[in-house]
Design a protein around this ligand. Structure first.
Ligand SMILES: [Cu+2]
Length: 350
């Protein structure tokens, strides 16, 4: 894992203050040629990229990552390097993330990159980031990470102990109280291997906002087939949604996130949080009408609904043995026993 400074010099990060309208690409490449082909994920696997513009204005309250200037990221659920945390084109004419300091300058960015090298030799590379950007005026988007902020010290991760009967679930949940009134424009669920789905509900309005599936790769997908296995294969997609109208959320409204994981097997460093984009709006009504323009934006073409495992401890006498013994054995069996592609995700039992 590396943390890199991207200076606001027009090369690392934008030189002019302005608005980030979305991220088109976050890719690993071999050269500075703008058309260089991204390195294959089977060779360089991106675990995550996280971009920050520390010190920028209009961060907005209520995020687990407040003060960090979070502006965007790519997880394993974006194997193609298109992070999807973006808006439909017409909304880019209206909204953007304010990329300027209180003094009116463009802030430096930083990039936290975790990449796994499968070239089996030391390898240098570039991270190519393409953003939609404007120096025109926009209404500020407030990126808010909704999770259990107590997990922040552990990088937002927690272990799922496993050991339950087949099909059993481990549920991690937390409540978030909206510190302002606004409209939620984007909501992107983040989970790792072992995740089944993550829900986001309004307790105040007694309604479900999203139930985000976890999409797994087919057996031949690089996540399942690359060796050596460096960690449990993650999803190739997770439920992510965008709406230009936005979901009305009033100040004080309580949202509950519910991350559901498989509890039959051990899952080290599981995650469950929502990366959201809001715009502040005091005109929203309590439990106002839900938008009718919600679209799902990160659903892969081919996937399986759930990784299935046949043996949890084939080569490990102690099923609770830590990685890599039991885990590697399970993943080996998992990669050979995934089911066929389904048209609809199957959700776990609660
Ligand atoms: Cu993660």
């Amino acid at each position: 894992m590396r943390k890199l400074l991207l200076e606001a010099d027009g090369l690392g990060a934008p030189k002019q203050p302005g608005y980030i309208l979305g991220f088109q690409e976050m890719a690993l490449v071999d050269s500075k040629d703008p058309d260089a082909k991204p390195l294959p994920i089977a060779k360089m696997m991106v675990h995550h990229f996280l971009y920050f513009a520390r010190g920028r204005v209009h961060e907005g309250p209520g995020s687990c990552w407040r003060g960090a200037g979070f502006i965007g990221g790519r997880g394993e659920e974006h194997p193609l390097g298109r992070p999807q945390m973006t808006l439909p084109k017409r909304s880019r004419d209206v909204y953007g993330i304010n990329n300027r300091t209180a003094e009116g300058n463009a802030p430096n960015w930083s990039l936290t990159a975790m990449v796994m090298n499968h070239y089996k030799r030391p390898k240098s590379f570039y991270v190519r980031t393409k953003v939609w950007y404007t120096t025109e005026q926009r209404t500020s988007i407030l990126p808010v990470v909704i999770g259990d902020c107590a997990q922040l010290a552990n990088g937002m991760s927690y272990d799922v102990p496993g050991g339950g009967r087949k099909g059993s679930n481990f549920v991690n949940t937390s409540d978030w109280v909206a510190p302002f009134s606004g409209r939620m424009l984007v909501a992107s669920s983040h989970q790792h291997g072992g995740g089944k789905y993550q829900a986001l509900d309004s307790r105040t309005c007694q309604r479900r906002l999203f139930k985000a599936p976890v999409y797994h790769g087919l057996p031949k997908h690089p996540y399942n087939s690359i060796r050596p296995i460096l960690h449990e294969p993650g999803p190739i997609g997770t439920g992510a949604y965008a709406t230009a109208q936005g979901i009305p959320i009033v100040k004080g409204e309580v949202l509950r996130r519910t991350a559901v994981h498989d509890d039959h097997n051990l899952h080290v460093a599981s995650m469950g949080f929502w990366a959201t984009w809001f715009v502040a709006d005091d005109s929203v009504k309590r439990c106002g009408k839900m938008p009718d323009d919600v679209v799902e934006i990160n659903k892969p073409k081919h996937y399986t609904a759930r990784r299935t495992t046949t043996s949890r401890s084939r080569s490990c006498p102690n099923p609770r043995a830590r990685w890599p013994c039991s885990a590697a054995a399970r993943w080996r069996s998992a990669t050979t026993s995934s089911g066929p592609a389904r048209s609809r995700p199957r959700s776990g039992k609660r």
